[in-house]
Design a protein around this ligand. Structure first.
Ligand SMILES: Nc1ncnc2c1ncn2[C@@H]1O[C@H](COP(=O)(O)OP(=O)(O)O)[C@@H](O)[C@H]1O
Ligand SMILES: [Mg+2]
Length: 248
């Protein structure tokens, strides 16, 4: 591993205007009230993620990883600072606009899969596209293509309770990509998988990111999972304490 040189200028943006960032956080803080004090979950965090990168966010429990991901997703709003997703700055947006932006541009992968138990695998995968207003036949045919890519075509009619953990998360990966997001955010996606299945899922996440030209932000505790990323950003107490490029 070598040190990553990240000369991001928060005022003028990148020097090279042809390289668009997928994500830019500029001096982002998030405070929570805690008794009569404040708890600073993020503390003046600045981070730039180029389009197409696969970055792992690592750091001990409580360091701010989930808060950071939720702010990128527009699920949480920062107390101060700017959050750019592509050319959109989130902190000025209404809740409705944030929801729409999330539906259109962001795919989420969850530790506990969050599959709907009454829907089949195929319906679970198609759902985000349907919620975004895509015609049903289009959503279902995209779901079929993605299920083939994650090797779940043979399980398309199964209900979630019939699946193994790895199958659930492969379904989760297909669902995250159904509406062709520019950014996939995954919070501990292997936290409930055994180590072998975890490696398969992260390998698949890496492959899908490349084949779909999608930027991927992976929050993980796992050293093995983080090694699949091209870059590792470590948080401590809500700030970046190291930023490393993974050697190939
Ligand atoms: N909704 C909340 N209300 C109060 N404190 C919170 C909330 N969410 C997170 N925190 C606190 O913010 C800090 C960072 O949490 P989190 O982002 O979940 O860390 P990580 O994902 O790295 O474990 C922790 O101290 C946590 O207790
Ligand atoms: Mg967390």
């Amino acid at each position: 591993m070598s040190n990553m040189n990240c000369d991001f200028d928060p005022v003028n943006g990148r020097g090279n205007a042809t390289v668009q960032s997928a994500v830019r956080l500029i001096d982002v803080s998030k405070e929570y009230p805690s008794g009569n004090q404040v708890l600073r979950a993020l503390d003046g965090l600045t981070l730039e993620i180029p389009t197409g990168e696969f970055v792992a966010i690592v750091g001990r429990s409580g360091s701010g990883k989930s808060t950071l991901l939720n702010i990128m997703a527009g699920i949480d709003t920062p107390t101060s600072g700017q959050v750019w997703i592509g050319d959109v700055e989130l902190s000025q947006m209404s809740d409705d606009a944030l929801t729409e932006q999330r539906r259109e541009r962001i795919g989420m992968v969850y530790q506990f899969f969050n599959l709907l138990s009454t829907l089949s695998v195929r319906e679970n995968v198609a759902l985000p596209a349907l919620l975004a207003g895509d015609p049903e036949d289009e959503a279902l045919s995209r779901a079929d293509r993605l299920l083939a890519e994650v090797d779940m075509a043979h399980r398309q009619d199964a209900k979630p309770h019939m699946l193994s953990g790895g199958e659930m998360q492969r379904t989760g990966l297909a669902r995250a990509l159904i509406h062709q997001p520019t950014l996939v955010l995954a919070d501990e996606p292997t936290g409930n998988l055994d180590s072998r299945t975890a490696e398969q899922v992260i390998g698949l996440l890496q492959e899908l990111g490349q084949s779909h030209h999608t930027t991927v932000v992976l929050v993980t505790h796992s050293v093995e999972a983080a090694a699949y990323a091209s870059r590792q950003v470590e948080l401590l107490d809500g700030t970046v304490v190291s930023d490393l490029t993974n050697s190939v």
